[in-house]
Design a protein around this ligand. Structure first.
Ligand code: ZN
Length: 223
């Protein structure tokens, strides 16, 4: 039986690999991106292009008032994007972002009668972001079962995090195996309008190291 899924697609390497993974599982994929006033606007264009290229059935962008996420370096141009890892939760943390994104995806999945939601959280993210931790995903799984008609009627929407235990290098390897063209993906926190990466922020650094550790050429487009 063919199943369908809502894929949270930011246009970066992790969510793109998730979409390719879900397609490889035979899922009908409905991709979902969020316009929340992020500085790296070009990721939205990347997400739309990737959705089409990887054969998603539909692509939708939900706009969220940027004030919801005030105070993050990703939404406030007055807060500098750090060029070196610091201690604690990074300033690029966006307040409760994954809770809000997953809540939107949950409603959308129930409307579509989709069986699953796929999110690209992984071992690298959850060292710094509370809403990327396995415990958070497990808690949201419980919430999804309790909060929806689908759940109450015995068909809870599954929250799938296929990259959860993978390093960046393992994500590079998995994506390449699935035919992902990483040159199309935008991970940089301050990518330019053409989606070219700065090469200096945390996202760029982790991504570059992922290619090195995987023994693969870094195909990222840098400015
Ligand atoms: Zn960057």
């Amino acid at each position: 039986m063919s199943t369908s899924a809502v894929i949270l697609l930011s246009g970066g390497m992790d969510s793109t690999t998730c979409l390719a993974w879900a397609r490889a599982q035979g899922m009908t994929c409905h991709t979902l991106a969020f316009d929340y006033g992020q500085r790296h606007r070009s990721e939205l264009a990347a997400a739309a292009a990737i959705s089409t290229a990887l054969g998603a059935a539909s692509h939708r962008v939900i706009s969220i008032d940027p004030h919801q996420f005030a105070g993050s370096a990703l939404t406030d141009a007055n807060i500098a994007i750090p060029h070196a890892p610091g201690n604690g939760i990074p300033v690029t943390y966006v307040p409760a972002r994954n809770t809000i994104f997953l809540a939107m995806a949950l409603g959308y999945a129930e409307v579509l009668a989709a069986q699953s939601i796929v999110i690209g959280v992984n071992a690298i993210d959850y060292s710094g972001y509370p809403d990327c931790r396995p415990a958070f995903i497990a808690a949201f799984r419980q919430l999804a079962a309790l909060a929806t008609r689908a759940g109450v009627e015995g068909q809870p929407i599954a929250i799938l995090a296929p990259l959860q235990d993978l390093s960046k290098a393992e994500i590079v390897a998995l994506g390449e195996k699935l035919g992902v063209d990483f040159a199309r993906t935008v991970s940089c926190y301050q990518a330019d309008e053409q989606g070219r990466a700065c090469g200096q922020c945390d996202a760029c650094r982790l991504r570059h190291q992922g290619f090195i550790d995987a023994g693969r050429p870094d195909v990222t487009r840098y400015d």
